[in-house]
Design a protein around this ligand. Structure first.
Ligand code: NAD
Length: 438
């Protein structure tokens, strides 16, 4: 293919050299003449392992060149990657100056260019930027229409500096958020040299692809900070943090796994809140600070508050049914149950609550929690109903509080009721009378 790459920094220079090495004709564009000159001399504009050699080879063999003339680059190619910087402004917000300018320039060239063109966002931009900022700018300045005259895709970059070339050929995944199938297929084809068994390829919506990059980087930052905070506690207690974290990482079931990574409702139960509180209290005693660990209970509380506000504000229905109050299905443990806390907040505001939870019902009759429910949880006990139907018939809106299989698909049966799912029991996000708010 004939490919242009706008921006010859870390991402653009690596992309340009690697695509050229795959046999494509690549024209790299930058506003900085020094970077352009270096590439045309067969040299790398950045320090990156093996990039010099790759640029030298591909420039020599005529597949790679660079220019400051964006117009020529775009006119002579059918696909353009945007790899300009997206730095932070002083207040932390994303600075889209370079993105907007590149989109404007691309639009101006497309105005005069015949044939379908594909524009690919390789820079990291916030969800919504493609559809709300970049595409409208290209359409305005080109006078052309998305999916008729040009296609657009978000295709985030996952390379790490210092291993960028290796990462280009061995990415953790390929994510293509395209405006139409044709554009997605063009990109899938372009990446056919990547083994999809090693790096799965995902074709998703533009916004989803944009968001994946922020989920990734937020997670990576969380991992580093978490390891450092555990390291600090260990060091203060004269424990070998590397030994602890090696054991931590050896646990592939609960720790280094997909477990606990499905968005849902606040955590609860007999262990997580108690133990997070204990260790953060210990940190205070040690005269140290673990802001990440400290934030966990605060964030958890916010999850509860957010759902509470949802009932108060948009819904304004006074009769609420709760399906599942223990923190997960298949347990009767109500210690630190976030649904219980939510119920108490709603009762306090005068809402009529009816509850169904088969395990709690059972426990009330025979289990260890019998006494606890009767003495400590009067307000729950008197609202417990014997069947799902009982709860639904007494309510206008129903909260699905845990992932009991019996709560799946109820919205199809009771079409006149509204179902709010905080347990992510269904696969869909929305239906006419169903909404998953996590
Ligand atoms: P960079 O600052 O190194 O390079 C950006 C280049 O774009 C510069 O050379 C600049 O002169 C050029 N440029 C700006 N406006 C231009 C225009 N209108 N026309 C032509 N060239 C223009 O940035 P980078 O580190 O390569 O990052 C680019 C994007 O990729 C960012 O959104 C970044 O967040 C993302 N990203 C970076 C990495 C990384 O490791 N560096 C990894 C993944 C994603």
């Amino acid at each position: 293919m004939n490919i242009s790459v706008v921006g010859l920094g870390y991402v653009g220079a690596v992309c340009s050299a690697c695509f050229a090495n795959e046999g494509h004709n690549v024209i790299g564009v930058d506003i900085e003449k020094s970077k352009v000159d270096l590439i045309n001399q067969g040299k790398s504009p950045i320090v990156e392992k093996d990039l010099d050699k790759l640029i030298e080879k591909n420039v020599k063999e005529g597949r790679l060149k660079a220019t400051t003339n964006l117009k020529d680059a775009i006119k002579n190619t059918e696909i353009t990657f945007i790899a300009v910087g997206t730095p932070s402004k002083d207040n932390g917000s994303i600075d889209l100056t370079y993105i907007k300018e590149a989109a404007k320039q691309i639009g101006e060239v497309l105005k005069e260019k015949n044939g379908f063109h594909t524009v690919v966002m390789r820079s990291t931009v916030l969800p919504g930027t493609g559809e709300e900022v970049v595409i409208p700018i290209i359409e305005e300045f080109s006078n052309k229409k998305l999916n008729i005259d040009f296609g657009y895709a978000s295709n985030p970059e996952f390379l790490r500096e210092s291993t960028a070339i290796y990462d280009f050929y061995h990415p953790p995944k390929t994510v293509i958020g395209a405006s139409n199938n044709k554009t997605a297929d063009i990109l899938e084809n372009l990446y056919s040299f990547i083994d999809t068994n090693e790096a799965p390829l995902f074709k998703v919506k533009i916004k989803e692809a944009e968001m994946v990059k922020y989920a990734d980087n937020s997670w990576h930052a969380t991992k580093v900070t978490f390891a450092n905070e555990i390291g600090m506690i260990c060091s203060k207690l004269e424990i070998d943090s590397h030994k602890v974290m090696d054991i931590f990482c050896a646990d592939r079931k609960l720790n280094i796994s997909t477990y606990y990574l499905r968005p849902g409702f606040a955590f609860g139960g007999s262990c997580l809140p108690k133990d997070v509180k204990a260790i953060t209290h210990k940190v205070k005693e040690l005269d140290e600070n673990t802001p990440l660990l400290n934030s966990l209970m605060q964030s958890n509380e916010y999850q509860i508050k957010r759902v509470y506000k949802y009932f108060i504000k948009p819904l304004k229905k006074k009769k609420i049914g709760i399906l599942g109050i223990s923190f997960k299905a298949d347990t009767d443990d109500l210690r630190e149950s976030p649904v219980l806390e939510l119920i108490e907040m709603l009762i306090g505001k005068g809402y009529f609550i009816s509850i169904y939870d088969e395990n709690v019902l059972k426990a009330k009759e025979e289990g260890a929690a019998k006494e606890y429910i009767e003495t400590e949880l009067h307000h729950i006990n008197e609202r417990l109903k014997k069947s799902i139907n009982d709860v639904i018939s007494h309510s206008d809106v129903i909260l699905i509080g845990n992932n009991n299989e019996k709560f799946k698909g109820l919205e199809e049966k009771y079409k006149d009721k509204i179902f709010i799912d905080v347990a992510a029991i269904g696969d869909k996000m929305k239906g006419t009378n169903y909404i998953r708010i996590v």
